[in-house]
Design a protein around this ligand. Structure first.
Ligand code: SF4
Length: 220
C-alpha cells in the first residue's frame, strides 16, 4: 500500500470550502512561495509517512451526514503524485457509498501549465482545484485564494453549484474567509487563509496575553 508524507488531518474544517469538511495536509513542498505561512510543511520528513489506507480509515470514521467535502492542501500535494492519485481514488471509493454530495477541493501551488497532464487528470478527478503559487504582492481577501493570481477551477456540476463564479470574489454559501485557531500540547496552529498582516496581529495578541511563540511557520 502506498504511503504519503502527511502534515495533518483535521475535522471539521469550516473555512476551506463549502460546509463541514475533512482537511488533509500533505507534508513537503518545493515551491517555496515568499510569504508562505506554512513553512513547517516544506520539509519532506520521512517520519511523517502514513499509509493511504490509514488516512482513508480516518475519513471513514466521519459519518456521511456530518460532512460536505474534503479539502486537500499542503505542502504541495502534487510533489507526491502517486500518493495523491491513490488518496483521491480512496476518497472516490468512500464517497461512492453514499448519495450525500461530497466535493473534493484540491490546492496546488502550481499553475495549470506547470501541472501539464496532471491538470487534465484533475479535471476528471476533483471537483475544485485552486491553482497557482501564493504571491504576497497580490495578496487578496477573496474566498479560497490567498493571492489574486490563483485560479479557482470548478470542474463538476456540484462544484459549480456550491462555488458559483459570481460569489468567489468575497464569499460563497454565506461563508466569509476567516482562520480558526487550534491549540494542542506543543503548538498553536491554524486552519484557513490569513489576509495580509493577520499573522503580525496574531502574534501581538498572543504577546499581550503573555504567550511567547518560540518558533513560527511564517515570517513577519
Ligand atoms: S503557499 Fe503552499 S505552495 Fe506555496 S510554499 Fe507554501 S505550502 Fe508551498
Amino acid at each position: 500500500m502506498t504511503s504519503m508524507l502527511l502534515s495533518r488531518l483535521h475535522y471539521p474544517v469550516h473555512n476551506l470550502g463549502f460546509g463541514r469538511r475533512a482537511g488533509i495536509w500533505f507534508q513537503g513542498c518545493t515551491i517555496y512561495c515568499k510569504g508562505c505561512v506554512s513553512r513547517d510543511t516544506w520539509p519532506f520528513e520521512p517520519s511523517s509517512g502514513v499509509r493511504i489506507d490509514e488516512v482513508a480509515q480516518w475519513l471513514r470514521s466521519i459519518p456521511f451526514d456530518a460532512i460536505d467535502g474534503v479539502t486537500i492542501s499542503g505542502g504541495e500535494p502534487n510533489d507526491q503524485p502517486v500518493a495523491l492519485t491513490e488518496l483521491i481514488a480512496e476518497i472516490h471509493r468512500w464517497r461512492s457509498c453514499t448519495t450525500q454530495p461530497i466535493d473534493i477541493l484540491l490546492y496546488s501551488g502550481r499553475t495549470p501549465r506547470e501541472l501539464g497532464d496532471r491538470f487534465d487528470w484533475m479535471r476528471g478527478n476533483v471537483d475544485v482545484l485552486v491553482s497557482g503559487p501564493y504571491i504576497a504582492a497580490g495578496a487578496t481577501d477573496c474566498a479560497l485564494r490567498g493571492s489574486a493570481n490563483q485560479i479557482v477551477h470548478t470542474f463538476s456540476e456540484l462544484a459549480r453549484t456550491r462555488y458559483p463564479a459570481d460569489t468567489l470574489e468575497s464569499d460563497y454559501s454565506g461563508q466569509r474567509r476567516d482562520i480558526s485557531v487550534h491549540v494542542d500540547a506543543e503548538s498553536i496552529w491554524m486552519v484557513g487563509i490569513p489576509t495580509d498582516g493577520d499573522m503580525r496581529k496574531f502574534e501581538q495578541q498572543l504577546a499581550s496575553r503573555g504567550v511567547d511563540l518560540r518558533r513560527t511557520s511564517w515570517l513577519t
